[in-house]
Design a protein around this ligand. Structure first.
Ligand SMILES: *Cc1c(COP(=O)(O)O)cnc(C)c1O
Length: 375
């Protein structure tokens, strides 16, 4: 089956007990143990829950991995995956991974002795040069945020395999419908399901998928021990979101493409960032089945960017992405506010930059509204 079919037809398409077309929400903290000497699948809900299990098996199937794990947020998923490493280990991470991922490496995990080097992952030589004798993993995210830079996944994974390192890929922007890093050789995929998988801006949840059982056991130890697990209700909402992912993403991606072209022709726009535009488009196309629904643009002046955010009506001015509604965010004051201005400037995250996550609105209305907001 193709991924689009698996979104609907998977092991949890029909509840085996009642025939229900949806997974029941099992709200319980504990499970009665009929025979305390026998093994029982569920005993305590931090360790496992049937609704969570359905989501975990579904994401593992979609990503083509062995095991899936659900967490209370995307950051809980990433932090728990990083928790499989030890003091003295070293991680090579793309410099433009999600801000929260950078922060947890640079603060919490640094204090616990997990070292990390941030590099421009679109440059394979930079990855190679950053590897040290104690390096254990390469952490990637492509396209990156907010400038949609592309990393050569196959190239980076080949470097990791030469040195026996894990490759971890944050696949939030693409979802398994558009990009499946495990098929390209990655060992672990993480997701903020808060975004496209949930898809309705109504939950916070994270997922991790391991390529094999052995890595899965290491992640499970942290999931169960650290305990950043999601509620069964949010697992249900994510399962529900996954079923409509294809339809949502198709429209959102189409809207994003049209907005990107429209922005490119707009006289007040200096530059547009979208995986379909620029030198890396062919590379992106070689490893993904679509360009996604997130784009960024720079206006010619900062004033124009600020007035756009004030005037725009059909986009919520907010953080986050991947919802049914269009969202416009201002990286300098939102996702990258904690970054020193000089560092932001070096990376091109300037005060005239706006990121847009295209929603399901009619494209003519969006363009009409954006046009007015840019005046
Ligand atoms: C939002 C996001 C995260 C963090 O997820 P939360 O659910 O907010 O904790 C991680 N990676 C990417 C790419 C994201 O967009």
């Amino acid at each position: 089956m193709k991924t689009a079919t698996k979104l609907i037809h998977n092991a949890h398409a029909i509840d085996p007990v009642t025939g229900a077309l949806n997974t029941p929400i099992t709200m319980t903290s504990t499970f009665a143990q009929k025979d305390i000497f026998a093994d029982q699948e569920f005993d305590y809900a931090r360790s496992g829950n049937p609704t969570r299990k359905a989501l975990e098996e579904t994401i593992a199937l979609l990503e083509g991995g062995a095991k899936g794990y659900a967490f209370s947020s995307g950051m809980a998923a990433t932090s728990s995956v990083l928790g499989i490493f030890s003091a003295g280990d070293h991680i090579v991470a793309a410099e433009d991974i999600y801000g929260g991922s950078y922060r947890i490496l640079n603060s919490f995990y640094k204090r616990f002795g997990l070292e990390h080097t941030a590099i421009d992952a679109s440059d394979l030589d930079a990855i190679r040069k950053a590897i040290k004798p104690n390096t254990k993993a390469i952490f990637l995210e492509t396209p990156s945020n907010p400038l949609l830079k592309i990393t050569d996944l196959k190239g980076a994974i080949a470097i990791a395999k030469e040195r026996d390192l894990f490759t971890i890929v944050d696949n939030t922007f693409m979802t398994p419908l558009l990009q499946r890093p495990i098929a390209l050789g990655a060992d672990i995929v993480v997701h903020s399901a808060t975004k496209f998988l949930g898809g309705h801006s109504d939950l916070v949840l994270g997922l991790a998928v391991s390529a094999n059982e052995a890595i899965g056991r290491r992640i499970y130890q942290v999931q169960n021990g650290f305990g950043a697990t999601p509620s069964p209700f949010d697992c249900f909402l994510t399962l529900r979101g996954i079923k409509t992912l294809r339809a949502r993403l198709a429209v959102e991606q189409d809207n994003a493409q049209k907005l990107a072209l429209w922005f490119q022709k707009h006289g007040d726009v200096e530059r547009v960032y979208y995986p379909a535009i620029g030198d890396a488009a062919a590379l992106h196309k070689s490893q993904a089945d679509g360009f996604g629904a997130v784009l960024s643009f720079k206006t010619k002046t900062t004033d124009r960017a600020l007035s756009f955010l004030k005037k725009v009506r059909l986009a919520a001015c907010a953080v986050s992405l991947g919802g049914v509604e269009t969202i416009a965010s201002y990286p300098v004051k939102m996702s990258h506010a904690a970054m020193p201005p000089s560092e932001r400037e070096r990376r091109g995250i300037s005060e005239n930059l706006i990121r847009v996550s295209a929603g399901l609105e009619d494209i003519d209305d969006l363009i009409d509204d954006f046009d007015k907001a840019l005046q």
